[in-house]
Design a protein around this ligand. Structure first.
Ligand SMILES: *[C@@H]1O[C@H](CO)[C@@H](O)[C@H](O)[C@H]1NC(C)=O
Ligand SMILES: *[C@@H]1O[C@H](CO)[C@@H](O)[C@H](O)[C@H]1NC(C)=O
Ligand SMILES: *[C@@H]1O[C@H](CO)[C@@H](O)[C@H](O)[C@H]1NC(C)=O
Ligand SMILES: *[C@@H]1O[C@H](CO)[C@@H](O)[C@H](O)[C@H]1NC(C)=O
Ligand SMILES: *[C@@H]1O[C@H](CO)[C@@H](O)[C@H](O)[C@H]1NC(C)=O
Ligand SMILES: *[C@@H]1O[C@H](CO)[C@@H](O)[C@H](O)[C@H]1NC(C)=O
Ligand SMILES: *[C@@H]1O[C@H](CO)[C@@H](O)[C@H](O)[C@H]1NC(C)=O
Ligand SMILES: *[C@@H]1O[C@H](CO)[C@@H](O)[C@H](O)[C@H]1NC(C)=O
Ligand SMILES: [Cu+2]
Length: 569
């Protein structure tokens, strides 16, 4: 009798919560499209011929059904970056992790429900370097009848920061894979697909962001760049940070944001300056030493509606006002910015830990293999090939099954579950590391986690080849960043600094260069979840691993059955 009551109550609650929820159906046609930038036209892979791709706008609780039709001549998959995908891991998207690629001429329908998330996320291709041009915003507003925890903005503008090659980005990564050297750096950054008027042939199409004197607008800033953490600022205007990675934060004011690739930041901006035109600008935060990088600046223009019209011929008095940006290597600005983040409310951080993990992250160099042509294939430093690893394992994608499928079907030989819980060799991670430690092993190793286990991961950067700020992204979860710091993590000394009251919740943590970050979460979403650096060049080199969360025993504690149209290898 009691069970029956509970079931009736559960059904009632289910229907009540579905009453307002909508189902949004979309079709994404992945296709080659001519795109003109920096004076040249490239046949770029886009969604529905748009660059950036379509913005998806939903409310918390809604369901998205997106049929992806691949009319391009590359394999493709789409990832819904930051979406929890509770029990729907088949819709997560990373190729060979949760699905095989959608081959040219094929299609696949992604279905998932947004559960308890509000703010700015995005979607992007998760196959080779296709996401250079295949990405778009995913905006989640509160449920109908609910409000933002801040003044309702007059206007909302998504600003997608991108990275543009005056070449085919797939050729750029192919060339690097062949030579073993670092890939060519990009030629421009973009805001909503446009480099802005500091680049040749770009002034006509510069993105304009309109604003009215006195009003408060919400900028939804997304770092969709392939390989570069970026500073972001607006001339003469303060930015009030209210959210990041679709979680609200205690509002704080800053002049400059730093976003690692994969991260989003929601900011309020008040039009309290004399009516005019102000540059919105972004450029590199470069923490790796002696590495070439794209040092250009992308701009769009914040334009007051009552600003005097720009004169033809570009009279200098009509030039927008340019902000100053931090130096490329200004780690102090990055540190004070990231230390400002607190969850809006007190949160439930796991206090006890069942799985205490310690992962080193960083680069490496492979000696030239015997059967390689050293001149052609070992063009890394001193005749080596670049590599990258976590806990000295350079991740290799499977090619005949996705890991999720192999796990559910019990197929042997696709992956092993012996990823080390701590570095196999203890060393001074951020010191002068002996050259004998620079070459990792290769493998498709996962960490198995029991459903419901409370997990802590220390992410420790190494100085191998160079220290670097790595944006580490976990699929299927949000996590609390309870602390970060420089040097080697010291469990005795550093545990006392943990914020277990109101730490920020994110899906991507920018781990400080030559430092560490500690994240915590409860493994309550069964499935196969990739944990990786969101610099795509580092994924290609193997800076990734997989967390395999087993099914629980309860009714809603196991992953759903795979969709019938799931692509096979
Ligand atoms: C990379 O840069 C080199 C040197 O500028 C150039 O020769 C090569 O064509 C570029 N590769 C690609 C794929 O664009
Ligand atoms: C950007 O890099 C180029 C090539 O290394 C260099 O010539 C130029 O001075 C740099 N520009 C800035 C603004 O740092
Ligand atoms: C940052 O770069 C400047 C030169 O561009 C250099 O003088 C300075 O020492 C660098 N700072 C750090 C912290 O590396
Ligand atoms: C390459 O070799 C030179 C000379 O032996 C050395 O100074 C340099 O540190 C080496 N670089 C790397 C990345 O191993
Ligand atoms: C899948 O590929 C791996 C690596 O190439 C191989 O060892 C394994 O036997 C293959 N499994 C099946 C079921 O084909
Ligand atoms: C780093 O260690 C190597 C030997 O392992 C030594 O030759 C080199 O001088 C050291 N470099 C620094 C900057 O201490
Ligand atoms: C990684 O493993 C290789 C092969 O066993 C070894 O030579 C190297 O020293 C290891 N490096 C680290 C950092 O553990
Ligand atoms: C496309 O994906 C299939 C597996 O589904 C794989 O066999 C093939 O090699 C992939 N093609 C490319 C160009 O990566
Ligand atoms: Cu990285």
């Amino acid at each position: 009798m009691e069970t029956l009551n509970i079931i009736i109550l559960a059904i009632f609650v289910l229907f009540a919560s579905l009453a307002n929820a909508k189902i949004h159906e979309h079709e994404f046609v992945v296709q080659a499209t001519p795109v003109k930038r920096l004076c040249n036209t490239h046949s770029s892979i886009t969604v529905n011929g748009q660059f950036p791709g379509p913005t998806l706008e939903v409310n918390n609780g809604d369901t998205l059904v997106v049929k992806v039709i691949n009319k391009a001549h590359y394999n493709v998959t789409i990832h819904w970056h930051g979406i929890r995908q509770i029990r729907t891991g088949w819709a997560d998207g990373p190729e060979f992790i949760t699905q095989c690629p959608i081959r040219p001429g094929e299609s696949y329908t992604y279905r998932f429900t947004i559960q308890g998330q509000e703010g700015t996320l995005w979607w992007h291709a998760h196959s080779s370097w296709l996401r250079a041009t295949v990405y778009g915003a995913l905006i989640i507003r509160p449920k109908e009848g609910e409000t933002y925890p801040f003044t309702k903005p007059k206007r909302e503008t998504p600003l997608l920061l991108g990275e543009w090659w005056d070449a085919n980005p797939i050729d750029v990564i192919k060339q690097a894979t062949q030579t073993g050297a670092a890939p060519n750096i990009s030629d421009a950054y973009t805001i909503n697909g446009q480099p802005g008027d500091l680049y040749k042939c770009s002034s006509q199409e510069t993105t304009i962001v309109p604003i009215d004197s006195g009003e408060t607008n919400l900028l939804r800033v997304i770092n969709a760049a392939l390989n570069q953490p970026l500073f972001f600022t607006v001339a003469n205007h303060k930015l009030i940070v209210v959210g990041a990675d679709a979680s609200y934060v205690k509002p704080f004011t800053t002049n400059t944001l730093m976003l690692g690739p994969g991260q989003t930041t929601d900011v309020l901006i008040v039009a309290d300056q004399p009516p005019s035109r102000y540059y919105i600008a972004a450029r590199a935060y470069q923490s790796a030493q002696n590495a070439p990088f794209d040092n250009t600046t992308t701009t769009s223009i914040l334009e007051y509606k009552s600003a005097p019209c720009p004169k033809k011929g570009g009279a200098s008095s009509n030039k927008p006002i340019m902000p100053s940006l931090p130096s490329y290597n200004d780690t102090n600005t990055v540190t004070s910015f990231s230390k400002s983040f607190r969850s809006l409310r007190k949160v439930e951080v796991p206090l006890e830990i069942d799985e205490d993990l310690f992962f080193t992250i960083g680069l490496g160099l492979n000696n030239c293999p015997k059967n390689f042509d050293a001149k052609k294939q070992c063009q890394g430093p001193n005749g080596t090939r670049f590599t990258s690893s976590m806990n000295n394992v350079s991740f290799v994608l499977p090619s005949n099954f996705s890991i999720l499928q192999a796990h559910k079907l019990g197929v042997q030989g696709v992956f092993t579950d012996d990823f080390p819980a701590k570095p196999p060799v203890k060393f001074d991670y951020t010191g002068n590391v002996s050259r004998s430690l620079w070459q990792p092993i290769q493998g498709t190793k996962v960490t198995k986690l029991r459903f419901g286990s409370r997990v802590q991961i220390v992410l420790q950067d190494t100085s191998i080849v160079t220290p670097e700020n790595h944006p580490i992204h976990l699929h299927g979860y949000d996590f609390y960043i309870v602390a970060e710091g420089f040097g080697n993590f010291d469990s005795k000394k550093d545990a006392s600094k943990f914020n277990l009251v109101d730490p920020p919740m994110r899906n991507t943590v920018a781990v400080p260069a030559n430092g560490w970050a500690v994240i915590r979460f409860v493994a309550d979403n069964p499935g196969v979840w990739i944990l990786h650096c969101h610099l795509d060049v580092h994924i290609a080199w193997g800076l990734a691993t997989v967390l395999l969360v087993e099914d629980g025993e309860g009714l809603l504690e196991s992953i759903e059955a795979p969709p019938e149209d799931l692509p096979l290898c």
